[in-house]
Design a protein around this ligand. Structure first.
Ligand code: ADP
Length: 247
């Protein structure tokens, strides 16, 4: 479980809080999508949960323990592919697995291959990032994050830089891997795209003026319905409701 309790956060040198008396609980196995106007603090929220920044006030806990910095139980994926350009696809994944210290050489190798297979990169394992399309690079980042098998996955607009077709493919892939995981990961997924939130989220929260202002649980049937055809009545109705949050 991830808990943020009465959190205040401002960037050094700034006078205004980005998050103020911010409260949010993310239950185990939730796929939480975070939406809100640009600049409302979505990425800041993820950075705080990742332990990359620390709040001035309040507490953030993972399974009851206060966060004091980054930890192996949390993996963050950014919009910009954070791959090492001098390592091949497979070696990028292996490097992270080695660094985690969780896997022996043989096991790490098998895991890297397994997750590259699952993400459709089997034939590209020995390529360097510059030889890949944007979609494939982001697939590698996702494969790496999933192979690490940390229970908490923090995704900051991971598909934001991709074109619609590739984005849809990766949304389906990620949701399938999340659904089929032996133990469902707890995901916080930041997006500015309502359609994406409707396809992916088991809950959607809306941030404005430093706080969660709206939230809605989404049935998995609605996720599927939106994935198949965003023009269906249930999806249009949900989208209208979410759009009203921005008014
Ligand atoms: P969002 O992800 O919702 O677009 P961010 O969390 O990135 O918003 O940013 C929230 C606010 O904090 C914005 O006004 C942004 O300009 C500001 N901000 C983000 N990063 C920094 C930083 N490193 N230093 C100062 N201000 C920042």
């Amino acid at each position: 479980m991830i808990e943020l309790e009465s959190v205040d956060f401002k960037y050094p040198g700034n006078s205004t809080n980005i998050l103020e008396d911010f409260n949010l609980t993310v239950e185990d196995g939730e796929f939480l999508c975070v939406i809100g106007h640009s600049g409302c603090g979505k990425s800041t929220l993820l950075r705080l949960v990742a332990g990359l920044d620390l709040p001035q006030k309040g507490e953030i806990r993972i399974d009851g323990s206060p966060i004091t910095g980054p930890g192996a139980e949390r993996t963050i994926v950014f919009q910009q592919y954070s791959l090492f350009p001098w390592l091949t696809v497979k070696k990028n994944v292996l490097f992270a697995l080695k660094k985690s210290g969780k896997y022996g050489k043989k096991e790490a190798n098998a895991r890297a291959e397994l997750f590259l297979e699952k993400t459709g990169l089997r034939d590209h394992m020995d390529k360097y990032p510059y030889q890949l399309s944007g979609g494939m690079r982001q697939r590698t980042a996702i494969a790496r994050a999933l192979a690490l098998d940390s229970p908490f996955l923090l995704l900051d607009e991971p598909f934001g830089a991709l074109d619609t077709k590739i984005r849809k493919e990766l949304q389906t892939l990620l949701k399938d891997l999340w659904e089929k995981g032996e133990q469902k990961k707890t995901v916080i997924f930041v997006t500015h795209d309502l359609d994406e939130a409707m396809i992916m989220g088991s809950r959607i929260v809306f941030i404005r003026d430093g706080k969660v202002r709206h939230e809605k649980r989404i049935d998995s049937g609605i996720n599927c319905c939106c994935r198949d055809d965003l023009g269906q009545a249930d999806c249009l109705q949900l989208k209208e409701e979410l759009a009203r949050w921005y008014e």
